[in-house]
Design a protein around this ligand. Structure first.
Ligand code: ALA
Length: 376
């Protein structure tokens, strides 16, 4: 009989996908297979409707109620690149957190080289509003920050970021890769400019899809150029959203599936999801701490990072995989967070949960870790 797999790598990609997401994806391929917003035949119109409905669900979840300001991208990384490269001007100074993912670190480094952008990091263990005030320069135009670390799940307070952005007249670009679907984010009470998120994590969508929610209705610099099925006689991208930032045929099936995932999260309720993740976290921390030789780092939001002394993180992940348990090891594309944690040379083993994990999964993790530790 096939051995059951325990999936604890939901911060990378949530799995398995709920039936409603799979059903919506298949329905789009089967029954809405035209190119959206291009032709006027039934299959194209159905594809357009699917995309509109996903925009509506996302706008509703984040409290923007302006579906046209939801721009679809390939993933959160593309959304972050789009925001930073459209909003920043030569010589600008940016304030960011000390726990960012390479999705923020690398575009900022590229912008340093191409546009002379400079950057300062705030200490995410301190109050973000005070930290931002401390780092402000006359050239500061923008704050870009994660809302939760993908290494530890540690959160950065959205209202402090929002207050700082408002007080100092700065753009606020948010990386909600680990927060979307896990934490309540109400943009109607937030002074923000762009929120970026992927489909395939807490919103239960599939890979190759993400989105940016813009506060403004008009695009700044265009990020990608091409056909949008709109203002086709012009050589330039439209100024309006979402067309201004969406070029080429979108991933209609993935976008429709994301819409289904968002509606599912809404029907379960973010508070309930957050509570479940907190319970799983507490239990996981407790059992991992009880394994001989374990070092557990402060963790939150459905993510626990740890090491087992004497075994490299990739060794632990390998041994867990042999026992049917999927986790992620190493640096998780987030070197700053590991520098802060003191694990830049070793990395960590990361377990990350979704709403659909069960306490039983943690019991099996304990059994496997105990065995691995006892055989060191
Ligand atoms: N950014 C994803 C992770 O944390 C892929 O694993």
């Amino acid at each position: 009989m096939k051995k059951k797999m325990i999936y604890l790598d939901n911060a990378a990609t949530s799995y398995p996908k709920p039936q409603c997401v799979i059903k919506e994806f298949l329905d789009t391929l089967k029954n809405a297979g035209g190119n959206p917003a291009r032709s006027s035949h039934t299959l194209s119109l159905k594809a357009t409707e699917k995309i509109y409905s996903a925009r509506e669900s996302i706008a509703g979840m984040f409290g923007t109620y302006k579906e046209e300001n939801v721009v679809f991208t390939y993933n959160a990384t593309t959304a972050i690149n789009m925001a930073l490269k459209s909003y920043l001007k030569p010589g600008d100074h940016v304030i960011t957190s000390d726990i960012e993912h390479n999705a923020v670190i690398r575009p900022l480094e590229a912008l340093r080289r191409s546009k002379g952008i400079s950057c300062s990091c705030f200490d995410s263990s301190e109050d973000a509003e005070q930290e931002i005030a401390r780092l402000l320069t006359p050239q500061t135009t923008c704050i870009v920050s994660t809302l939760a670390s993908n290494v530890t799940g540690k959160t950065v307070d959205l209202s402090s970021l929002s207050k700082a952005a408002k007080k100092h007249g700065l753009y606020l670009i948010l990386d909600a890769a680990q927060s979307a679907g896990h934490h309540l984010i109400d943009l109607s009470v937030t002074d923000f400019d762009v929120l970026c998120a992927p489909a395939h994590k807490g919103l239960f969508g599939i890979q190759g899809c993400g989105f940016a929610i813009f506060k403004e209705n008009e695009r700044k610099e265009s990020f990608i150029e091409g056909g949008s099925g709109y203002e086709s006689a012009s050589k330039e991208m439209p100024l309006t959203l979402p067309e201004g930032y969406e070029a080429g045929t979108p991933a209609t099936g993935a976008i429709a599936a994301l819409g289904a995932g968002v509606r599912l999260v809404n029907s379960i309720g973010i508070e309930r999801i957050q509570k479940k993740l907190e319970t799983l976290n507490e239990r996981a921390i407790e059992i991992i701490k009880s394994v001989k030789g374990s070092i557990v780092y402060p963790s939150d939001s459905g993510i626990v990072s740890f090491n087992i002394s004497g075994i490299p993180s990739n060794g632990v992940a390998y041994l867990l995989n042999k026992r049917g348990i999927c986790v992620r090891d190493g640096l998780h594309c987030a070197p700053s967070a590991h520098k802060k944690l003191g694990t830049i040379s070793s990395g960590t083993v990361r377990v990350s949960f979704s709403y659909f994990n069960k306490m039983k999964d943690i019991d099996l993790l304990y059994k496997a870790l105990k065995e691995i530790s006892d055989n060191r």
